[in-house]
Design a protein around this ligand. Sequence first.
Ligand code: XMP
Ligand code: MG
Length: 180
Amino acid sequence: MDNDIERVLYSEETIKEACQRLGHQMAHDYQDKNPIIVGVLKGAVLFMTDVIREMDILAELDFIDVSSYNGGTASSGEVKLVHDLSIDVADRDIILVEDIIDTGRTLKFMQDLLKERHAHSIKVCTLLDKPSGRVVEAKADYVGFIVPNEFVVGYGLDYGDQYRNLPYVGVLKPEIYENK
Ligand code: XMP
Ligand code: MG
């Protein structure tokens, strides 16, 4: 798997530091709020499980699955709800945990959904932010790293549902997707 990576952008150590920084900040901001921390499947699973271990506060966990990418490297533009939350969000403080915000469409879709359901507040924590990819307005409140305009994989991020289990984030060799 390592052989398919052109270069490492964020090492395990660098990611760990980001999880500590973001986790401690959120724990401070959400003390006594009992937030619902929502992981966006599947990409945010690794990041979520690491970041919540840095948060010494009471919180509930839930998951949502929305899809727009169909496994390729470009957004299809359409966002679908694949798996819904199990907890009622009305009057609750929500932290959405994402792997990456690129076009912003996925985030916008989830924020609209949570607003319709009368969440009390919605904030966004993302491992990666790719502002150069924005198509719709979308802003994260807690950001690990700002990434360049490249397709990245690892630490939850996939290409064709693979590479999610790499412990770091890297750039795929172009021949991997050019050969498909
Ligand atoms: P949007 O474009 O809606 O994208 O902000 C959010 C979702 O798209 C996926 N995504 C990526 N996945 N490498 C990936 O592995 C990337 O560079 C990339 N850009 C977007 C991701 O699942 C995210 O939740
Ligand atoms: Mg994905």
